[in-house]
Design a protein around this ligand. Structure first.
Ligand code: NAP
Length: 350
């Protein structure tokens, strides 16, 4: 019988969806997912459709959650302007945690997923490898506001909090704004259909800069480790696959997987050049018997442009979480190839 109950806030996202699938396999956990949409996949989890930007809706829908032991917070609201992220993302955290905390006296842990943007990884070159005790970039930064609020909210309570800082999370989800793996897969499939080699579509400097990513599976394991580890109580940790790579080193392996020649770097805006590929994708869905996922839901191209435009090193120091006791790792190249095969098996790509 389950002795722990998790609420996964943002249960349809690239992080939350994969965490729900992992928790469902473990009889020790009961699972509740929160999102506005209903899930597009089969799940043993209970799903509550709630708009966390609406306090009244959150209070009404979450009041019945009286036996929650763990909150895993991985919801996100994107905004076109950086400074506009703070208000909605802080409000969603507050509107999720406060009603659940009030209803569930047995709450033990709240884990918050942040990201490397707290160090300014999105702004341009920053101090690398970044460490957890490095100061944030000049505020505003919504992760900083969320962490500050959560630490203050926990002060003097019996539960603990933790925060994890991954970079570019890799896993499956649809309709989400940040997913580099589906972007690479769809770009490669379109290139192949058009008889093109697999050109790197980003900036020349991004092809050779040092980069890092976080497998959703590793991140999920780290979230679960945080949830039950004394060493994680009220602490912040960087988390990645633990290796570094350059796109120039892994791109030939990607080309081989998709049975394509490796092309040169040719910088294009994927947002612009993929805008007219919906009808081509629809024809490929029919031709190859793929899942009928709407082109707009399959990939959010601005995120791919951002990742492939990062022509500076992105490196965080992950010693802190290792020294505290979390040791899982995966070679990023192997992770990408595993995910590409999974997406092919799921008939997401040809
Ligand atoms: N993806 C990455 O590569 C990456 C990398 C580093 C850090 N992070 C951070 O990790 C966190 C989670 O990101 P993610 O990429 O997993 O997000 P995501 O895939 O966009 O998922 C966001 C989740 O939040 C839910 N949500 C959004 N607005 C909501 C609302 N008003 N009420 C209830 N639920 C709402 C969404 O479901 P509905 O739309 O159905 O409501 C979805 O389930 C963010 O802080 C992000 O910055 C992500």
């Amino acid at each position: 019988m389950a002795d722990k109950k998790a609420v996964v806030v943002g249960g349809l996202g690239v992080i939350g969806r994969n965490l729900i699938n992992t928790l469902n396999k473990d009889p020790a956990w009961d699972v509740v997912g929160l999102s506005r949409r209903v899930p597009d996949f089969k799940s043993d989890a209970e799903f509550i459709s709630v708009d966390l930007l609406n306090r009244q809706d959150a209070e009404q829908k979450l009041a019945g959650l009286t036996d929650v032991t763990h909150i895993f917070y991985a919801a996100f609201q994107g905004r076109p302007v950086w400074a506009e992220h703070n208000a909605p993302n802080l409000a969603m955290l507050v509107n999720a945690v406060e009603p659940i905390e009030a209803a569930s006296p047995g709450l033990r842990h709240v884990n918050l997923v942040q990201g490397n943007k707290i160090y300014g990884s999105h702004l341009g070159p920053f101090k690398t490898p970044a460490r957890e005790d490095d100061p944030p970039h000049m505020l505003p930064n919504f992760y900083w506001d969320q962490q500050t609020w959560l630490a203050a909210q926990q002060n003097g309570k019996s539960w603990a909090w933790s925060a994890l800082r991954p970079q570019t999370v890799c896993g499956f989800a649809v309709g989400n704004p940040m997913n580099i793996t589906t972007a690479i897969c769809a770009y490669a499939a379109i290139s192949k259909e058009l008889g093109l080699p697999l050109r790197f579509p980003g900036k020349p400097g991004a092809y050779t800069a040092v980069y890092q990513v976080a497998d959703a599976e590793i991140l999920n394991k780290a979230m679960l480790w945080c949830a039950d580890s004394d060493a994680a109580a009220n602490e912040v940790f960087n988390i990645t696959n633990s290796d570094f790579f350059r796109w120039s080193n892994v791109w030939p392996r990607f080309a081989k997987f998709f049975d394509l020649e490796v092309g040169d770097v040719q910088t294009i805006s994927l947002t612009d050049f993929m805008a007219d590929k919906g009808p081509l994708w629809a024809s490929m869905v029919k031709k190859y018997g793929l899942q009928d996922i709407a082109w707009e839901d399959l990939v959010a191209w601005p995120f791919a442009d951002y990742v492939f435009g990062t022509d500076w090193d992105v490196m965080t120091d992950t010693l802190k979480i290792r020294q505290a006791g979390f040791h899982d790792s995966v070679r990023s190249e192997e992770m990408f190839l595993r995910l590409f095969q999974e997406f092919r098996d799921m008939k997401v790509i040809p």
